[in-house]
Design a protein around this ligand. Structure first.
Ligand code: ZN
Length: 501
C-alpha cells in the first residue's frame, strides 16, 4: 500500500544508524575519551557524518522521496505517512543545500573545538578557544548562506533547531517576556535576600549526591534498563534510539543544586526521547519535535515539578536523611526558599527561573552580531561582560565564568540558545493545561507519584515524535499560540508568594 514510503524508510534507516553510531562516539568523547583521542575521533565522526549526508542527499533518496510523496498525496496531514514524507522533505531540502565538504569541515572543526573549549574553560584562557570559534563562526556564516533566508542570516540557523520560527518572531516574544521580567526582578531585589548559606557553606558528599539523583531519576520514570547516568562537564542527554537514552550530570561538592536540578532537567529530556513511539524508530519521526519543545519538557520537570513545595514535601525528608549534618536544622520551607532564590548571577545553568531568560537574551543578541559580522570573535569577552552588566548587573571576573561557560559554541551550534527561552514559555503553557486536566496532580508529587503527569505528557506530546513543529503542536494539543504571558503569570504568582511582593 505504501511500498514507496517503505523503500524510503529502509534507505533512511541507514542514515539514522550512522547518526546514532556517531552519537555513541560523541557521548564517549564528552564522557570518557582522553584529550589526545581527539585526532582519530574527529576523523571517525567526520567520516560518519559524510556517509550519512551522502546517503541522505543522493539521487536515489531524491527519487524515493518523490515517489513516496506521490503515494501519500491526499493523506491526512496528521497521519504518520504524510508526516514522514513532509518531515523528510524538509530535512532533505535543507541538507542538499549543504555541500559535502562543508559538512566534513564542520564535523572536524567541532571535535577539535570541543577539546580546546574544555581546556580554555579549565585554564580560564579564552585565546586557546578563540581560533576554533572563529573557524566555527565562519562555517556557520557559510552555512546560513547555503541554506538561504528571507530577512536575517540568523533565521537560517535558528530554523535548524526551531523549525519555522524567525528571528523577528523570537524578538517579539523576548520583548514581551522582558517587559514582564524586568519589573519582577526589580521588585524581588527590593525584598530581603533569601538565606541559602546552608547550601553554599557546607560540603555535600559527592557519592551521596549521586545516589540521590539516581533516586530522583528513577522516581520520575526514567528507565535504567534503557539508559544510564554519567558525569560530564556540561550536562546533556543523548539518544541512540528510544531504548538507549543516556543522561549526564555534574556534581559540585559545595552546591548540591547543580546535580539535583541538572539530573531532573536531563531526566525530562530523556523521558521525552524514551516516550517516542516504537513505530517511529529508525525514521526521521523519532524523538522530539523541536529543541524548544524538548526544552519545555526538561524545564517543566526541573522547575514546575522539582522546584515546587509538593515535590519537596516528599523529597526533603529523604534528602535530609542523606545529609543530616548539613540540613538537620534547616526546615523544608527554608530549603524550598533557598532553591528558589532569585539573584542575578553569572552562570546560566545555575540561574533561577526569574533571571534565567536574561542569560538567553545576552546570547541571542551576541550571536546575531557574530553572524552578521557586527561582532568579532576576538571581542566576545568584552561584549559578553558588558551585556551581563546591562542585563544582570553582574560582571564576570573571568572568561571561565563568562563567555566560556557554555558548551554550545564549541559544537558550532549558533541559533540554539533561543530555544531555551522558547522552551520556558511552552513549559508554562503546557503545565497550566496539565493542572486543568489532572486534578490532584500536585498532591501526587507530595507522595512521589509522577505517573499521571508522565502519561499525560506521553499522550499529548511525546507520542507525536517529530511530526509537528512547535507551533503546530501547541495549537493542536493546547489551542494556544506561543506567548510570554503564561510564563509571566506563573512566575508572578510563585514569586509573589515566596517574596511577599
Ligand atoms: Zn535542556
Amino acid at each position: 500500500m505504501t511500498e514507496k514510503l517503505e523503500a524510503l524508510k529502509n534507505r533512511l534507516a541507514r542514515v539514522i544508524d550512522l547518526q546514532h553510531a556517531a552519537a555513541v562516539l560523541s557521548w564517549d568523547q564528552e564522557v570518557n575519551m582522553p584529550d589526545n583521542g581527539v585526532g582519530p575521533r574527529s576523523d571517525q565522526l567526520a567520516t560518519l557524518a559524510s556517509m550519512a549526508h551522502e546517503i541522505f542527499t543522493s539521487g536515489e533518496t531524491a527519487g524515493l522521496l518523490e515517489a513516496a510523496e506521490a503515494e501519500v498525496a491526499g493523506m491526512d496531514y496528521d497521519s504518520d505517512e504524510a508526516s514522514l514524507a513532509r518531515v523528510t522533505r524538509r530535512m532533505f531540502d535543507q541538507q542538499t543545500k549543504l555541500p559535502a565538504d562543508l559538512v566534513l569541515r564542520e564535523s572536524k572543526a567541532t571535535s577539535h573545538a570541543f577539546v580546546a573549549w574544555r581546556k580554555a574553560r579549565e585554564t580560564n584562557d579564552y585565546p586557546v578557544f578563540e581560533p576554533h570559534l572563529a573557524e566555527l563562526v565562519d562555517i556557520q556564516v557559510e552555512k546560513a548562506e547555503c541554506l538561504g533566508y528571507r530577512e536575517h542570516p540568523y533565521d537560517a540557523l535558528l530554523d535548524l533547531f526551531e523549525t519555522g520560527i524567525t528571528t523577528a518572531q523570537v524578538q517579539t516574544l523576548f520583548d514581551d517576556l522582558k517587559a514582564g521580567l524586568v519589573p519582577l526582578v526589580r521588585e524581588i531585589a527590593e525584598r530581603p535576600e533569601t538565606d541559602s548559606s546552608f547550601l553554599e557553606d557546607n560540603a555535600f558528599d559527592q557519592q551521596k549526591q549521586w545516589d540521590f539523583t539516581l533516586l530522583l531519576l528513577r522516581d520520575i520514570g526514567y528507565d535504567f534498563t534503557r539508559g544510564r547516568q554519567d558525569r560530564a562537564p556540561h550536562p546533556f542527554t543523548i539518544e541512540f534510539g528510544n531504548s538507549d537514552v543516556r543522561v549526564t550530570t555534574r556534581i559540585h561538592e559545595a552546591n548540591p543544586r547543580s546535580a539535583i536540578f541538572g539530573s531532573v532537567h536531563e531526566g525530562g529530556h530523556a523521558l521525552y526521547e524514551l516516550g517516542s513511539p516504537d513505530k517511529f524508530e529508525r525514521t526521521l519521526l523519532a524523538g522530539g519535535a523541536t529543541l524548544g519543545v524538548h526544552e519545555s519538557q526538561s524545564r517543566l520537570w526541573e522547575n514546575q515539578v522539582a522546584r515546587s513545595v509538593p515535590f519537596w514535601r516528599y523529597y526533603y525528608p529523604i534528602l535530609r536523611a542523606f545529609f543530616p549534618e548539613q540540613l538537620g536544622s534547616v526546615s523544608m520551607s527554608q530549603f524550598h526558599r533557598a532553591i528558589n532564590k532569585v539573584k542575578p548571577s553569572l552562570i546560566r545553568v545555575e540561574a533561577d527561573e526569574v533571571t534565567y531568560n536574561l542569560h538567553i537574551f545576552v546570547r541571542f543578541e551576541l550571536e546575531q552580531a557574530l553572524i552578521t559580522g557586527g561582532l568579532r570573535v576576538t571581542d566576545i569577552p568584552d561584549a559578553w561582560n558588558s551585556k551581563y552588566e546591562e542585563y544582570l548587573g553582574v560582571t564576570p571576573p573571568n572568561d571561565a565564568l563568562g563567555c566560556l561557560q557554555d558548551i554550545h559554541w564549541s559544537h558550532g551550534t549558533i541559533g540554539y540558545f533561543p530555544t531555551y527561552s522558547l522552551g520556558n514559555l511552552m513549559s508554562a503553557q503546557i503545565y497550566a493545561q496539565a493542572k486543568q486536566d489532572l486534578p490532584g496532580l500536585e498532591d501526587g508529587f507530595s507522595r512521589g507519584d509522577f505517573a499521571p503527569l508522565l502519561s499525560w505528557l506521553r499522550e499529548r506530546i511525546h507520542g507525536h515524535g517529530r511530526k509537528f513543529t512547535a507551533r503546530e503542536l501547541m495549537k493542536r494539543e493546547f489551542k494556544v499560540e506561543l506567548g510570554a504571558q503564561p510564563l509571566l503569570k506563573y512566575l508572578r504568582e510563585k514569586y509573589t508568594e515566596l517574596y511577599e511582593l
